[in-house]
Design a protein around this ligand. Sequence first.
Ligand SMILES: [Zn+2]
Ligand SMILES: [Zn+2]
Length: 172
Amino acid sequence: MRGLFGTCSWVGCDRPAWRCDLDHVTEYNHADPGSGGPTCACNLNPKCRFHHGLKTHTRGWLDDQIIDAHGIVWTEITTPEGITVRRQAANTWLLPELGLLPCDHSDPTTSDPASATRRTTGHAENAPKRTRTRLEAKHRYRMQQRAINRRHRETDQALAALDATDDGLPPF
Ligand SMILES: [Zn+2]
Ligand SMILES: [Zn+2]
């Protein structure tokens, strides 16, 4: 993923990727890997320390990663003001097949035998019911916001397709 992006994946940042952290876009869930973001090309990108910290510690920022129908990987940043900007992974020409590789984590209940085993140990059932931590609540909130943004994206694309076919002419 460092090779694909070349730089920090944050829109407008050009710090070299080899000096960046690899970040799970949708946060990895250590307690229950099946319910968090996967460790997969679709969910990993390089972030410099500054932008990794901005995402992790500053309220209101949301990032997402999209692989379009052509296998091109995009990162999308939504600012605290609600403005969304996108950036294409810079080195797609170097690794054109990467975005077309199928994911192998579609079924979280079977893809990770370790987590399946862990769930049946009984420890969780016997432990006192714990309320959701602030961190879990934050990650859950972000997953919901990403889902909303993705729905808006699909609506935009559907409307654009409608515009294009409206009068049989391309939209220009
Ligand atoms: Zn950066
Ligand atoms: Zn994936």
